[in-house]
Design a protein around this ligand. Structure first.
Ligand code: SAM
Length: 456
């Protein structure tokens, strides 16, 4: 068997339907597998869905290819199918295919791929993108299929939302690579209102003004819970305490939402960069302009996705090159799968490896904490799951060892672990407003902030 690995587009159901609506009236059995000395039963081997190929390599290179692809960023692509054509195939066969209109973005991506993982047959200089419909040695049959499809063919567009690395033949998926799409994360954004509201019951500056703006301008349906104030206040203040202790004066806060921290620390002279999704950033800029006439120049609020390498590159232009960074995030990783958490952690790892510094986060939520949160705020997690489908118990860390191993495998060393309880005496919501009970006390006992740095 001629074992190779191939990297191809993977269409979702909606896009696949568009292709199949063209081919469904063909009654003959179609086959996309090329003729070749080592392919015995082509029909049986034809298990790869409709696709276009970007490259293929020897199966011996699988490990290298997988590693290189895992470090690549995949563009969101729209391609146009403008015709149905025939070209010559292997062993005097003919290939009937959907022609893909010249596409700069696709070409550029293939060039990048070719530079990293060259494979001569897929040299972008002389490669033509197509989606194979059928391969046959019978030219008349190919021609008749072509004519049938052309009868009511209209050019159409397809969206590529992911790619697949397959072993062939028969095709076996080795790994799927998804395009990082902001839409997939936007459903998390309303949770930033859920965490902004409880800060109204704290003594943290600007929080009341921020929430007032949100109340007036945002019409997302979210359930608010005052009883969350001690937890949210504790994590905010604990992160501040650890940031102050570090003496690092350059901060990157990921998924900063509507938090006031960036404004406050930039006023103290910190070089502060906030990153969040576009809509939140737009709101945030408007909010800050409304409540503070003089926004420090050293506060930069950038729209981007914490999973996207290119967005990390973009934010580097706001960093002072010779200064360490404290990366902060509160309330992002809990909404991500472990694969997604890993991508964010790798981006932070790359940044800290270059600049030095630490990563302070409360986003390591062990299962035990969710348990006590459920007891203290009985409907909170159910309500949160109504806002985002991404509030899953399966995406939580088991315990501290799980946290250490997970980040350890990426290259981090966990240097400090702090309980929210440490901040008990400094909680305005508890000490002045008496928003508290035994169950809330237990959440402060179980929730933690960790400090990590890149292993030496
Ligand atoms: C629970 S809120 C936390 C906001 C803020 N840190 C706080 O404590 O109030 C989650 C935030 O994550 C942001 N977010 C979600 N996915 C993101 C992504 N992939 N990249 C950057 N930000 C993201 C949302 O827009 C939202 O502002």
């Amino acid at each position: 068997m001629n074992k190779r690995i191939t990297f191809v587009s993977a269409f979702d159901d909606r896009n696949m339907e568009k292709i199949e609506s063209c081919t469904k009236k063909i009654k003959e059995k179609l086959c996309k597998v090329p003729f070749g000395k080592n392919v015995d039963n082509r029909i049986e081997m034809d298990t790869l869905p409709y696709h276009f190929t970007l490259s293929a390599w020897d199966i011996e290179d699988e490990k290298n290819v997988k590693k290189a692809l895992s470090q690549m960023e995949f563009p969101k692509l729209k391609i146009s199918i403008n015709n149905i054509e025939i070209m010559k195939g292997k062993e005097n066969s003919y290939v009937l295919y959907f022609n893909i209109k010249e596409n700069e973005k696709l070409k550029l991506f293939q060039k990048k791929l070719y530079q990293i993982l060259p494979s001569e047959r897929y040299n972008p200089e002389n490669y033509h993108f197509h989606i194979t419909i059928h391969i046959d040695k019978d030219y008349k049959k190919i021609l008749s299929i072509k004519e049938k499809i052309l009868q009511d063919f209209k050019p159409f567009e397809l969206e590529v939302t992911s790619f697949g690395l397959y072993e062939i033949y028969p095709a076996k998926l080795i790994k799927q690579f998804n395009i990082i799409n902001d839409n997939d994360y936007e459903e998390i954004s309303p949770t930033a209102i859920v965490t902004s509201y409880p800060r109204v019951f704290t003594d943290i500056p600007y929080e009341k003004e921020i929430y007032n703006w949100l109340e007036k301008h945002c019409n997302e349906e979210v359930t608010l819970n005052k009883m969350l104030a001690p937890e949210i206040e504790a994590r905010y203040k604990l992160i501040n305490k650890l940031l102050n202790k570090s003496n690092i004066k350059q901060v990157l806060e990921l998924a900063s939402g509507y938090s006031s921290r960036g404004l406050i620390y930039s006023q103290k002279g910190y070089n502060y960069i906030e990153l969040d999704l576009e809509k939140v950033v737009k709101n945030k800029r408007e909010i800050l302009n409304g409540i503070e006439s003089d926004i420090p120049k050293n506060l930069n609020i950038i729209s981007g996705n914490a999973l996207r390498k290119d967005d990390f590159k973009k934010l580097e232009s706001y960093l002072k090159p010779k200064e360490e960074i404290a990366v902060i995030n509160e309330g992002l990783l809990r909404y991500l799968t472990f694969d997604e958490k890993k991508i964010v952690a790798q981006n932070i790892y790359n940044l800290l490896s270059k600049y030095g510094g630490i990563w302070i986060t409360c986003d390591v939520t062990p299962k035990k904490f969710i348990d006590s949160q459920d007891k203290a705020l009985p409907n909170f997690n159910n309500n949160l799951s109504l806002i985002t489908s991404r509030n899953n118990l399966n995406d939580r860390f088991e315990d501290i060892n799980h946290i250490k191993n997970f980040f350890g495998n990426i290259g981090f060393e966990l240097i400090e672990i702090h309980k929210f309880k440490e901040m008990r005496d400094e909680l305005y919501s508890v000490n002045k407003l008496n928003i508290f009970d035994e169950k809330i006390e237990k959440t402060l006992e179980d929730a933690i902030v960790v400090v990590m740095k890149v292993k030496n």
